[in-house]
Design a protein around this ligand. Structure first.
Ligand SMILES: NC(=O)c1ccc[n+]([C@@H]2O[C@H](COP(=O)([O-])OP(=O)(O)OC[C@H]3O[C@@H](n4cnc5c(N)ncnc54)[C@H](O)[C@@H]3O)[C@@H](O)[C@H]2O)c1
Ligand SMILES: [Zn+2]
Ligand SMILES: [Zn+2]
Length: 422
């Protein structure tokens, strides 16, 4: 058993450090022994826009918290009650911590598990000040309720070959997909996705998988818009002098200003919206845009994060955990809106199959992942915050070498799935 466990650690806003927290024990955040848990050696762990909210001091977190909720790892130790998961399995860890037995878990709402966050009473996540579970931007991590939670990849070698896409299953691919499902994206739908960050780009790829026709992504970040455009989707610039609804009307070319579906992949830190910057510091800008551009009887998915734990909230209203929504103007359109964390387990197995069977070959260039060692992660936070069009994937043990071999033979057809999974 290794002695230590180096982890990216939140100290204060704009200050992450690499610190040794000691090898994890099979214990819950209160120090009670849990035999349903396993220890994973981290294969990949991604930096997410949700981590940036913490980094920016916009989602309060305790100093000393280990970061990282987008984790993939190899099982190296199992508790005595674990039966399905075995040492050596390579697994994707849904970012929601979920028990599998409470009412919400049984209804497939693992994002609001009733047993994973003793303080709040619901909603646990790793590395997120939601239940005290430590994150996986580290060498090792603890995963409770492992038999229920872990998605085991069917073939180790194939998993490592496709790790660049499979690493997205712990959060952002299911999250982008969930945003589209909640917005009722289906065959022929027109969709507006706010935000061309990694979640917005996963939402665009998901809309394509779900059969959408016109997929429009909005972001003022030019480099991120370029990735989206290169993948064959439409783009709008919310900071342009032309309002988003007018830009959408031009793209649709049907005289309609409305899309069928809207997805918020931005959240509370939206900015750069409106030609005069008037909405610069208004949390509700993106939701209000969706209320405007989604057609009557259309639907909206809101995976973008909002919180009342925001010490940096820009307005008096926002500081009270409230928002100035254009709800009265939109009410007559019969809007339908779903918000909250993504229940990753509802989608991750099926999206894994889509990746293994090469149904999403456009993911890799669209996400533009860069694999980095743990030592570069602190700097990567700053680069990502600065709007980099990359998705940073941390590989603490240099385990993804096989993946590079695949990159070198990019034109060769990728491996077919080797076995069916339960
Ligand atoms: N609900 C969930 O389960 C879940 C899971 C993962 C991430 N998230 C959230 O999804 C959001 C996006 O995550 P990400 O990793 O892509 O973050 P990100 O910060 O990399 O991307 C956000 C993008 O939004 C753009 N943006 C800002 N204001 C905008 C506006 N007014 N209109 C259009 N675009 C605008 C930014 O330029 C940026 O490119 C974050 O809030 C994140 O916390 C939620
Ligand atoms: Zn995430
Ligand atoms: Zn539960």
């Amino acid at each position: 058993m290794p002695a230590g466990n180096r982890a990216i650690t939140f100290r204060e806003p704009r200050k992450m450090t690499l610190e040794d927290h000691g090898y994890p024990k099979l214990e819950d955040p209160k120090g009670r022994k849990i035999e349903h848990a396993v220890i994973l050696k981290i294969v990949t762990t991604n930096i997410c826009g949700s981590d940036l909210h913490i980094y920016n001091g916009r989602f309060a977190a305790p100093s000393g918290m280990q970061m990282g909720h987008e984790n993939t790892g190899e099982v190296v130790e199992v508790g005595s009650h674990v039966e399905r998961v075995k040492v050596g399995d390579i697994c994707s860890v849904p970012f929601n911590v979920a028990c599998g037995t409470c009412r919400n878990c049984r209804e497939r709402h693992t994002e609001v598990c009733l047993n994973a966050n003793e303080e709040l009473g619901f909603c646990g996540a790793y590395g997120f000040n939601l239940g005290g579970w430590q994150g996986g931007q580290a060498e090792y991590m603890l995963v409770p309720w492992a038999d229920f939670q872990l998605l085991i990849f069917p073939d180790r070698e194939q998993a490592m070959e496709k790790i660049r896409d499979l690493t997205l299953l712990s959060d952002i691919l299911p999250t982008g997909y969930h945003g589209c499902v909640e917005a009722r994206v289906g065959t022929g739908s027109t969709v507006y996705i706010a935000g061309a960050g990694p979640v917005g780009r996963c939402a665009a790829a998901s809309a394509q998988l779900l059969g959408a026709s016109c997929i429009i992504v909005g972001d003022h970040n030019e480099a991120r818009r370029a990735l989206v455009k290169n993948a064959g989707y439409e783009v709008v610039d919310p900071s342009s002098a032309t309002p988003v609804a007018d830009q959408i009307e031009t793209i649709l070319g049907t005289g309609s200003r409305w899309v069928d579906a809207g997805v918020d992949c931005v959240g509370l830190e939206c900015h750069g919206h409106g030609p005069d910057g008037s909405s610069k510091n208004v949390e509700e800008a993106v939701i209000n845009t969706l209320l405007e551009v989604v057609r009557p009887a259309g639907a909206m998915g809101i995976p973008g994060v909002y919180t009342n734990l925001d010490p940096g909230a820009p307005t008096e209203l926002n500081k009270q955990g409230l928002m100035a929504l254009a709800f009265p103007s939109a009410w007559v359109k019969s809007p339908s809106l779903t918000a909250g964390q993504c229940p990753v387990m509802r989608y991750n197995r099926d999206l894994m199959m889509a990746i293994l069977w090469d149904r999403m070959p456009y993911l890799t260039p669209l996400l533009n992942t860069e694999v980095i060692p743990l030592e570069r992660a602190v700097d990567a936070y700053e680069i990502f915050l600065d709007g980099s069009p990359k998705k940073f994937v941390i590989d603490p043990h240099d385990m993804t070498k096989l993946m590079s071999a695949r990159d070198e033979s990019e034109s060769a057809p990728s491996a077919a799935p080797r076995m069916e999974v339960a």
